[in-house]
Design a protein around this ligand. Structure first.
Ligand SMILES: [Zn+2]
Length: 281
């Protein structure tokens, strides 16, 4: 039997008053109940977006890569994409150079090492262009939006170092900041939601278009839209300045993974390794 409210309450669906005994109680996670008019009970979903101001309505630069695998110390970037709130869009196919490289079969970007070598821009030039563009945006104070930043940014910094180039952290006047990782924001804003936290799952939850999961351009586009909608749906996230948001994520990320050293975020501590360490994935 459905539970009902013993006392008059506010309907969580419409905001109107529900007379005692006339409503439906819906369990909330992690605890508590919401009261609804029977006709206003809805499927669980994200909070609705609002019009408040915040970083999410200003300049944002989203970045993602397609790589040979998930290991930041040895895997190589085969494609990189930048999508900005002002409409700027850049894509690189990257020739990773010689060496015994193989793509992890779990990767869904569809770029083979052979194609990247045949059609890509040499890594040293592509990575330098990527880092210059991102450093300019960081210098202007624009948050760099990266889904799972410790993986993507560590991979980028490792690749830059491997090719003898200055890292992004060295190029930007305030180091690798401000960074905005929608994964950290979503975990903080909605910690008890079940169903997994892949970019694909999270974009689906928030209704963000994401046509080709695994493709760097599609992932960067989805990451940008996801950051914007998170800011619009959670006023508590939108109220931070970009530098304050960066610092909060450091703490939230450390809280979510007790084992991580908060000082390293948004990087994971790794060292580049020689060719001999790069076996098939
Ligand atoms: Zn109602």
């Amino acid at each position: 039997m459905e539970r009902t409210n013993d006392y008059p309450a506010t309907c969580a669906g419409c905001g109107g008053t529900v007379a005692a005994g006339a409503g439906v109680l819906v369990g909330l996670r992690p605890k508590g109940w919401a009261v609804y008019h029977p006709e206003h009970v809805r499927e669980p979903g994200p909070p609705v977006p609002h019009e408040h101001p915040g970083w999410h309505r200003r300049g944002l630069t989203a970045f993602d890569v397609a790589a040979t695998g998930h290991r930041t110390a040895v895997d190589r970037i085969l494609a990189a994409s930048v999508r900005c709130a002002d409409g700027t869009a850049r894509d690189w196919l990257v020739d990773p150079g010689a060496g015994p490289l193989a793509v992890d079969p779990a990767k869904r970007h569809g770029i083979t090492v052979e194609r990247a070598r045949a059609e890509g821009v040499p890594a040293v030039r592509a990575l330098d262009e990527v880092a210059e563009l991102l450093a300019g945006r960081l210098a202007a104070g624009e948050p760099l939006v990266v889904w799972y930043a410790p993986y993507v940014l560590t991979l980028l910094e490792t690749e830059l170092t491997r090719h003898g180039l200055p890292t992004l952290g060295e190029r930007a006047p305030h180091g690798l900041a401000p960074v905005c990782d929608p994964l950290v924001l979503d975990r903080h804003a909605d910690p008890y939601r079940s169903g997994g936290r892949s970019l694909e799952r999270v974009t689906a939850w928030y209704g963000v278009p994401h046509d080709r999961p695994g493709d760097a351009a599609s992932d960067a586009e989805a990451t940008l839209a996801l950051a914007q909608t998170l800011g619009a749906r959670y006023p508590a996230l939108a109220r931070f300045s970009p530098p304050a948001l960066h610092n909060e994520q450091l703490l939230w990320n450390a809280a979510a993974h007790g084992r991580h050293d908060p000082d390293s975020w948004p990087l994971a501590p790794v060292e580049p390794r020689p060719w001999s360490a790069h076996g098939p994935a």
